[in-house]
Design a protein around this ligand. Structure first.
Ligand code: PHE
Length: 342
């Protein structure tokens, strides 16, 4: 009897089967229970020996059932673990990783350098009214820079005779917007996209400028010079920097200067800071009283400087990139070559 039960327990394959065996043996109508009940009809001697044997058998069956249940659970866990086995030492599958576009990197860098000198960031729309882009900046309607030649005009609806909006041709309209919003004194830069109809090795129809504007009671060109020299030292990472201010003309500054940086070309390699060559990097000047008045600032109380620098241009210079168009072709091989992508 004992062996029969132990065999049944050993071959029970799942929890349901174990429960079945338990009921058949130890349940109310189970075999062992029924036999226990028969004890009453036995002689005291028989009862004592059979009773003890039955008690032992019951305990043994009970223990065997529990052991079998544990063994089954262990086996199930083992199987699951085997199925879920994970080799944590396997190298991961490489995934393509994005990187910050070089122009954005340079913009961030430029912004950080000017931030150290106390310049906050101002912004304006890329689709600009002709008033902000031209009139407010003292650019008369007949001025050559208004010609369809290099300005992108937005179309008005048929019958709408208001002057068309333009894609801003420079970041200078942000001078007006920042002054209108914040008034004087002010110290801001305005990095962003600008648009002109032009396309060759050093021009793309969309490019980037950073505008600078500092207005206070007595700001002079000497401060403009210092700020630009400080910027160049920091940006080009050379101690010796020489800037050359060339008299120029912009309608929105008086006097105006184009600024060149001293450099050399040794075996086709550009070196900033020393040499016999000059490279133009920006336009600048003292803000024209007309511009201050346009923005509601009293030119008898306030004065200051402004400059506009090509971000793409200084990016080309720093990284030795010969063709500006490559910046906007999203060619991963090109980006990797210059270390701009992983
Ligand atoms: N807006 C001028 C340009 O795009 C640059 C400039 C800005 C010049 C501010 C003077 C002062 O060429």
């Amino acid at each position: 009897l004992r062996q029969q039960w132990l065999d049944r327990i050993k071959t029970a394959a799942d929890p349901a089967a174990i429960e079945e065996v338990r009921l058949a043996a130890l349940g109310k109508k189970g075999e062992i229970s029924l036999r226990m009940r028969e004890l009453g009809r036995m002689t005291p001697e028989e009862r004592q020996t059979t009773g003890r044997a039955l008690n032992e058998l019951r305990d043994e069956i009970d223990a065997a059932l529990r052991a079998r249940k544990l063994a089954l659970e262990d086996a199930a866990l083992e199987e699951r673990l085997a199925g879920e086995w994970l080799d944590v030492t396997l190298p991961g599958r490489p995934r393509p990783r994005g990187t910050i576009h070089p122009i954005s990197q340079v913009t961030d860098e430029v912004t950080a350098i000017f931030a150290d000198m106390g310049f906050a960031v101002a912004e304006g729309p890329q689709v600009e009214s002709d008033w902000y882009n031209f009139d407010a900046l003292n650019i008369a309607p007949e001025h050559p820079s208004r010609q369809e030649m290099d300005t992108f005009y937005m179309h008005r609806a048929e019958g709408d005779n208001r002057p068309p909006h333009v894609l801003r041709t420079h970041t200078s309209p942000v001078q007006i917007r920042a002054l209108q919003e914040q008034g004087a004194p002010i110290r801001v830069i305005a990095p962003g996209r600008v648009y002109r109809m032009d396309m060759d090795q050093t021009h793309t129809p969309m490019f980037h400028q950073v505008e600078g504007l500092a207005i206070d009671r007595d700001i002079s060109m000497a401060q403009l010079k210092w700020v630009l020299e400080e910027f160049c030292r920091s940006y080009f990472e050379v101690d010796e920097i020489e800037l050359r201010f060339r008299a120029s003309h912009f309608p929105f500054t008086e006097p105006s200067a184009e600024v060149d940086i001293r450099c050399s070309w040794e075996g086709g390699q550009l070196r900033i800071g020393q040499g016999d060559s000059w490279l133009e990097i920006l336009g600048s000047g003292m803000v024209h009283p007309y511009v201050l008045r346009s923005a509601g600032v009293d030119p008898d109380k306030w004065q200051g400087f402004a400059f506009g620098m090509g971000i793409d241009r200084i990016a080309m210079l720093k990284y030795g990139i010969p063709d500006l168009r490559a910046f906007f072709e999203s060619d991963l091989r090109w980006l990797r070559h210059y270390g701009f992508a992983a």
